[in-house]
Design a binder for this molecule. Structure first.
Ligand SMILES: Cc1ncc(COP(=O)(O)O)c(C=O)c1O
Length: 344
């Protein structure tokens, strides 16, 4: 049996037709460049309304760029970023924050990918020591790299702790929509404790567009300049804006994410009771992490590529997307079940 749909990453999905339609719509005629067009204004206003940002919204091309720009608004050269060891910006951005910002990442082991006030406090011991990088920003991911979500109470606790310690809070929201769908809350609820966050569109039906959401007005004076310096001010900004406009219409961003989450749940349910297949993390978004026999991983990879998350623990990551169908999820679960029955 073969499966056509890849469970490798939500990045592997195409773009939603509503996004492509909107890109075609804004393609009519000319428009003021560098974001001075009406669509960019509309997308910015829509995103600001959704997130409750008092500052503003800055569209960029990639999630890595969003993280670098977002952090750059919050740091002085001698300051560092406390983040979980598993953070995308620590592991999967080829050192972009360190190279572009020149800032040290202060990584903390976090078993479920989540920081807590206690874990953050464990990195605060060197404050005031002139020989040491000064922790200034706490960076979390919502959804985390392990597919788990911070609850609203956990986010509020982090926000309060950071404020009480003079720290700034940043959220990598490459999958923020999936978190909103899982928690049943608004983007404004998720954004409220943050100083800056990103809101991803690429993994949720866009071609390639992310937003940096600046919650505090006092950070705005530098944001536009730093986006330009970091090569993220698109001259044809209307095409980035169009992608968000497509997703904002009728809350497509939320419907896409809720669907992707549901398909992950369905896949996980389909794996229940399969001998040798153990869920490794709670399924709280569009990712299913599971451990299984290495021989079974090899066999399954012949039918479709997916990420082996931890070679030593034989943990894989299977991801769903807005375009995963029930049949796709069921067929993949059946394939895993058949493979597991072959014996290690
Ligand atoms: C949590 C998280 N943050 C940021 C990114 C970065 O996105 P990009 O590959 O567009 O730079 C990703 C992409 O996989 C991600 O999973």
């Amino acid at each position: 049996m073969t499966t056509r749909k890849s469970f490798g990453s939500d990045n592997q999905a195409g773009a939603h037709e509503a996004v492509l339609r909107m890109m075609t719509l804004v393609n009519e005629g000319g428009a003021v460049a560098y974001g001075g067009d009406p669509w960019t204004e509309r997308a910015g206003a829509g995103l600001q309304a959704l997130t409750g940002a008092r500052g503003g919204v800055f569209l960029v091309f990639t999630g890595t760029a969003a993280n670098v720009l977002g952090l750059s608004l919050l740091l002085q050269p001698h300051e560092g970023v406390i983040c979980p060891e598993s953070a995308h910006l620590n592991v999967d951005e080829c050192g972009a924050p360190e190279r572009i910002l020149g800032s040290k990442l202060l990584a903390v082991p976090a078993p479920d990918g989540k920081l807590t006030p206690a874990l953050i406090a464990s990195r605060l011991g060197d404050r005031g020591d002139v020989h040491r990088v000064q922790p200034r920003v706490v960076a979390i991911s919502q959804v985390t790299e392990y597919g788990t979500c911070y609850t609203l109470a956990e986010l509020r606790a982090l926000g309060e702790f950071c404020r009480s310690e003079g720290l700034r809070l940043y959220a990598d929201g490459a999958r923020l929509a999936n978190a909103a769908a899982w928690l049943g809350c608004s983007l404004a609820d998720l954004a409220a404790p943050m100083d800056v966050l990103s809101f991803g569109a690429t993994k949720n039906g866009a071609v390639g567009a992310e937003a940096v959401v600046v919650m505090a007005e006092d950070l705005m004076d530098r944001a536009a300049f730093q986006r330009k310096q970091q090569m993220q001010l698109g001259s044809k900004m209307r095409y980035l804006a169009a992608q968000f406009l497509g997703l904002l219409e009728d809350q497509l961003w939320l419907r896409n994410a809720a669907h992707a989450n549901l398909m992950a749940r369905r896949l996980a349910d389909g794996l229940r009771g399969v001998p040798g297949v153990e869920l490794w993390q709670k399924v709280e978004s569009n990712a299913v992490f599971a451990s299984l026999h290495p021989a079974h991983i090899d066999r399954l990879q012949r039918d479709g590529d997916f990420y082996v998350w931890d070679e030593r623990a034989h943990v894989v990551r299977w991801m769903t997307a807005f375009d995963t169908t029930e049949d796709d999820a069921d067929a993949f679960a059946a394939l895993v079940r058949e493979t597991a029955a072959i014996g290690g």
